[in-house]
Design a protein around this ligand. Structure first.
Ligand code: KG4
Ligand code: ZN
Length: 344
C-alpha cells in the first residue's frame, strides 16, 4: 500500500509518499518547500501571502514527491491531508487539492489532525504504550496521554502562548529575526561555548513549574525578557543577547521537561515522546532524553526533518489512523478545513 500525504497548515508546502509493506513502513519521499525566506521580511507568517504561495507550489511539490518516490499518482492507494489546526487560508489549499485528486482518481482521502501528525513523527520507532507525548510547536504546547495509537487524551496545555511562539517573540524583541526558535537556540549555544560571564547573571521565572496540573504558561516568561531588555541600554542588550537567550531557553526547557516527567510518573507510562517544531531544539531534546533515561522511561523524538511541519508525519499518522477508519472513509470526501480542530 502507498499513501500520498499533503501538509499546508502554515507556511510549509509539503507532500510525502509512504510505503507500507509487511515488514513495516518506509517514507519514500518527504518534500518540504518552506516559505521562511518570504515571510522573514514581515517578521512572521502573513496568512494571505502563505496561501498564495501554497496555491502556486502545491502541484509541483506533489509531483516532486511522486517522482522522488518513483510512484505514479494512480498507484497511490490512500490520500491524506492536514485538516487542522492551522491557518484557514493555508489549510484550505491542501484540503481542496487533496479532495480534487481523491474525486478525480476515486481514491479514499483521510483527514489528519496536525497535532496527531506531529506525534506520529515518532511512529517510525516501535512505541511501548502507555506513553505521554509533549507536543511543542509555534501554535501549541500540549501534553498527551496515549493508551495506544488510537486512544489518547490531552492532559495539559498552555494557558496562553505556545512555547514556539515565545521563542519567536523573544527573538523579535531582541531584534534577531524570524523564525526565532533556531536563532535564540544558536545564541544560547554561544553563551555555553564562550562561558560568557557578566556581573549580574540574568534570572528568569519558571512559570507554573510547581502547579499541580500539567498546564503551561509562556506569556509571562516572554514579558519578563521584555522588562529585562527595557532596563538595559541597547549596547548592553546587544552584548548580553547570548546570556538572555540562554536563560530564556533554560527556563522554558526546565518547565517543559519537569511537567513531562511529572505526567509520565503520575500516569505510570513506559514511554516519553517529544514532538513539534520546538522538538528540533537540541537543549530540549537532550535534557528530556537524559531525564527520561534516568527515570527508566523509553524516549522517542523524531529526526530533525520530521519535527518541523512536513507531510511525512501526516503520512505516518494516516497509516495508523487508516487501520481503524478505512472502512468508514467516504469515496467522495465531504470534510472541510478546520483551523481550530482540537486533537481531542
Ligand atoms: O511545528 P512547527 O513547524 O509549526 C507549527 O505547527 O507551529 O513549529 C514551528 C515553531 C516555531 O515557533 C519555531 O521558532 C520553532 O518551532 N522552532 C524552534 C526550533 N526550531 C523551530 N524552537 C526552538 N529551537 C529550535 N531549534
Ligand atoms: Zn506544526
Amino acid at each position: 500500500m502507498k499513501i500520498l500525504a499533503i501538509e499546508t497548515s502554515c507556511d510549509e508546502t509539503s507532500a510525502a509518499v509512504l510505503e507500507v509493506k509487511r515488514g513495516g513502513v518506509k517514507l519514500l519521499s518527504n518534500v518540504v518547500l518552506s516559505q521562511i525566506d518570504i515571510h522573514r521580511q514581515y517578521g512572521g507568517v502573513v496568512p494571505e501571502v502563505a496561501a498564495r504561495h501554497h496555491v502556486k507550489n502545491i502541484i509541483p511539490v506533489i509531483n516532486q514527491s511522486l517522482v522522488q518516490a518513483k510512484t505514479a499518482l494512480n498507484s497511490v492507494d490512500l490520500l491524506a491531508v492536514t485538516k487542522g489546526p492551522g491557518l484557514i487560508t493555508s489549510l484550505v489549499v491542501g484540503v481542496e487539492t487533496a479532495k480534487a485528486i481523491s474525486y478525480a482518481l476515486n481514491k479514499p482521502l483521510l483527514p489528519v489532525n496536525h497535532m496527531y501528525a506531529h506525534m506520529a513523527g515518532n511512529f517510525l520507532g516501535s512505541i511501548k504504550f502507555p506513553a505521554v507525548c509533549l507536543i511543542v510547536s509555534g501554535g501549541h504546547t500540549e501534553l498527551i496521554y496515549l493508551k495506544d495509537y488510537h486512544q489518547y487524551k490531552k492532559i495539559g496545555q498552555t494557558v496562553d502562548d505556545a512555547v514556539g511562539e515565545a521563542f519567536d517573540k523573544v527573538a523579535k524583541l531582541l531584534g534577531l529575526g524570524y523564525p526565532g526558535g533556531p536563532i535564540v537556540s544558536a545564541e544560547a549555544e554561544k553563551f555555553q561555548i564562550l562561558n560568557f560571564k557578566s556581573q549580574n547573571i540574568i534570572k528568569l521565572p519558571r512559570p507554573m513549574l510547581n502547579s499541580r496540573d500539567f498546564d503551561f504558561s509562556f506569556s509571562g516568561l516572554k514579558t519578563a525578557v521584555l522588562y529585562i531588555v527595557k532596563k538595559m541600554k541597547p549596547s548592553e542588550v546587544k552584548k548580553r543577547i547570548p546570556e538572555i537567550c540562554h536563560e530564556f531557553q533554560e527556563a522554558a526547557v526546565e518547565v517543559l521537561v519537569s511537567k513531562a516527567l511529572k505526567a509520565a510518573n503520575q500516569y505510570k507510562v513506559k514511554t516519553i515522546m517529544l514532538a513539534g517544531g520546538v522538538a528540533a531544539n537540541k537543549r530540549l531534546r537532550g535534557e528530556l532524553e537524559k531525564q527520561a533515561n534516568e527515570n527508566k522511561f523509553e524516549f522517542f523524538v523524531p529526526d530533525f526533518n520530521l519535527c518541523t511541519d512536513n507531510a511525512g508525519m501526516v503520512a505516518l499518522a494516516a497509516y495508523y489512523l487508516s487501520q481503524k477508519q478505512r472502512s468508514k472513509l467516504d469515496q467522495v470526501p465531504k470534510f472541510k478545513a478546520d483551523p481550530g480542530w482540537e486533537i481531542i
